[in-house]
Design a protein around this ligand. Structure first.
Ligand code: SF4
Length: 227
């Protein structure tokens, strides 16, 4: 078991420093070329890997251009276009109704406020945060996905379980300049080393400050269960 830094804020800063050194090019891995494509890619990425989404959106973004085209396509055709994505039927409906609303209520532009974004179908606070950060350069919060959720708990930054509650705690601890990057650093470390089932604590740059480190700790703080 590592020894966390004296305060939670120092723990957060040390985590950011170490991960930034380990993953200097960390950034969003979804591919898109405009705000609508970003929004669609993020909706599709729920419970699905970014690789799978990128593979599917290559053809999707060539076939459809602009919210009017997504709003006009039939449910069956769009679902068929997305058939390798998890929950493709629901996601096709989210995309169609979201596109309709963008055309009818936002002059064809993806909105740039949290309230307006979260009124769209299939768009929760996590998706809205990604779109604000990467589509509009507005950083209002921290994107809490499954990696951020797991690592924040393992590393002792929070005991909360719900993403919204975790986000509020992280916003108190992570320096504001790093709210956007914190997510990408956690995702990179979560994929490379601190994986859900078999984290490689022996090769982790955070091992000495991680209270879940497998060498001594018997508990994975992410799940609260024994390793
Ligand atoms: S890999 Fe192990 S030591 Fe590193 S952050 Fe994850 S649980 Fe902690």
């Amino acid at each position: 078991m590592g020894t966390p830094r004296p305060t939670d804020a120092e723990q957060a800063e040390t985590i950011v420093d170490r991960l930034e050194a380990a993953y200097p090019d960390s950034t969003i891995s979804l591919r898109y070329s405009n705000r609508l494509e970003l929004l669609i890619a993020v909706i599709l990425s729920a419970q699905c890997t970014d690789e799978r989404v990128n593979a599917e959106t290559k053809a999707l973004f060539e076939k459809y251009d602009g919210p009017e085209e997504y709003a006009a396509v039939s449910q069956d055709e769009l679902a068929e276009d997305l058939s390798s994505i998890t929950y493709y039927n629901s996601k096709a409906e989210y995309i169609r109704t979201t596109a309709e609303r963008i055309v009818e209520e936002h002059d064809g532009d993806v909105p740039d406020t949290m309230d307006e974004l979260t009124e769209l179908s299939g768009v929760g606070r996590k998706t809205a945060n990604v779109v604000l950060q990467h589509g509009h350069d507005i950083v209002e919060g921290i994107v809490v996905d499954t990696h951020v959720q797991r690592l924040s708990r393992r590393l002792g930054l929070t005991e909360e379980e719900r993403p919204e509650a975790i986000e509020q705690e992280l916003m108190e601890l992570v320096p504001e300049d790093y709210w956007q990057q914190f997510t990408h650093l956690c995702i990179d470390h979560g994929r490379a080393t601190c994986t859900a089932r078999n984290p490689d604590c022996g090769d982790c740059v955070l091992a000495d400050i991680c209270p879940s480190e497998k060498g001594d700790s018997e508990i994975d703080l992410a799940s609260g269960e024994p390793w």
